[in-house]
Design a protein around this ligand. Structure first.
Ligand code: UT7
Length: 331
């Protein structure tokens, strides 16, 4: 393949409101020690009740477009990964298209839950490789706070809100996305659910407030799956490209639990230092967590042009996937 697709610009945006573990102690039967030890989370950002998720998505998108050195008018396609859209219709991608003035762009949402950003950049890559589009904006835009039962301690301590975005386009051959892999197993899908237009009796029974369309998760099942699937996906993209873990500077996993990251490190036999974590300050921001981490890595100059990184996602669906990237931007 003589054409390569890479990230040309990246940006993110978080709500200002901080919700700490100590705040949660006043809301449900939990405590800072449990949350910190079992998840690694200290605090998370939460949107105000009246603020839609797309607002942070728009800011992240604008920052990514600026950092790519292009304008919204140049964007050919907007893909938003979200499992918490403000509306079922219009898509969040169409709302962001309107708000940033990307008048030429086609727009649609992708829902692969926490793996959404990996799915999004993989879809974007295909459109660019085919020659159909030049610039594709991928935004991970999430407001988990809006689908949480704030009286359910099993879930309310885990999640946060925010958005991260990337502009993808053609890059120097041999740089950018070297290998990408996405997968799913719908037969395990009932282990994490957020009801949409329909709820089954089983969905109703699982929830504390039966008729509330809130997130429910079998935490320990998802935990085991996450470690297994993430390690497999990272190994697969490396094997498929013919690269070893020693060639990789950083692994950027979906931020769900620090113990999942430790499990991935152990399974892959790599130092935990190689696994990038921002979970302590933002919690699990679903499909926004990878671009949020990537934006921080770029802003803090933790990678340079030519470094190999792997982003790896896992979550509802169940879905998982990984992308091996040779960083193509001079930072
Ligand atoms: O992003 C999508 C992918 N999601 C994930 O990857 C999440 C994967 N799962 C996890 O991260 C973990 O399973 C959790 C953090 C959700 C739970 O941790 P755990 O170590 O698996 O705890 P557990 O569910 O086995 O619960 C252990 C105990 C239970 O008490 P008993 O039954 O042993 O008396 C829970 O009721 O901890 C209790 N517990 C809590 N205690 C204080 C559960 N939540 C809390 C809480 N505060 N917030």
């Amino acid at each position: 393949m003589n054409k390569s697709v890479g990230i040309l610009g990246i940006g993110s945006c978080l709500p200002e409101k901080v919700l700490t573990n100590f705040d949660l102690e006043k809301m449900v039967d939990t405590n800072n020690e449990w949350i910190l030890q079992r998840t690694g989370i200290s605090e998370r950002r939460i949107l105000d009740k009246e603020s839609p998720a797309y607002e942070v998505g728009v800011q992240a998108a604008k920052r990514a477009i600026d950092s790519a050195g292009i304008t919204a008018e140049d964007i050919d396609l907007i893909i938003v990964s979200t499992e918490t859209p403000d509306y079922l219709a219009p898509s969040t991608a169409c709302i962001i298209q309107r708000e940033i003035g990307a008048s030429k762009a086609a727009a649609f949402d992708v829902n692969a839950a926490c793996t959404g950003f990996v799915y999004g950049i993989t879809v974007a890559q295909q459109f660019i490789l085919s020659g159909m589009y030049r610039y594709v904006l991928v935004v991970g835009c999430e407001a988990l706070s809006k689908v949480i039962d704030w009286e359910d301690r099993n879930t309310c301590v885990l999640f946060g809100d925010g958005a991260g975005a990337a502009v993808l386009g053609t890059v120097e051959a041999g740089y950018g996305i070297l290998k990408t892999y996405i997968s799913a197993d719908g037969s395990l899908g009932q282990s994490v659910t957020i009801p949409g237009c329909h709820m089954t009796e089983a969905d109703i029974e699982k929830r504390i407030h039966e008729n509330k369309k809130v997130i429910w998760m079998d935490g320990s099942e998802v935990f085991k799956f996450a470690v297994r699937a993430a390690a497999q996906a990272v190994q697969k993209v490396l094997d498929d490209y013919g690269m070893s873990m020693d060639d990789v500077k950083l692994i950027i996993p979906h931020q769900a639990n620090i113990r999942i990251m430790q499990g991935i490190a152990k399974k892959l036999n790599v130092s935990i230092e190689k696994i990038y974590s921002i979970i302590h300050k933002y919690g699990n921001v679903s499909s926004a967590s990878i671009p949020l981490a990537l934006d921080e890595i770029v802003r803090e100059k933790k990678i340079s042009k030519g470094d190999n990184i792997v982003v790896v996602g896992f979550g509802g669906g169940l879905t998982w996937g990984a992308t091996l990237i040779k960083w193509n931007i001079e930072i």
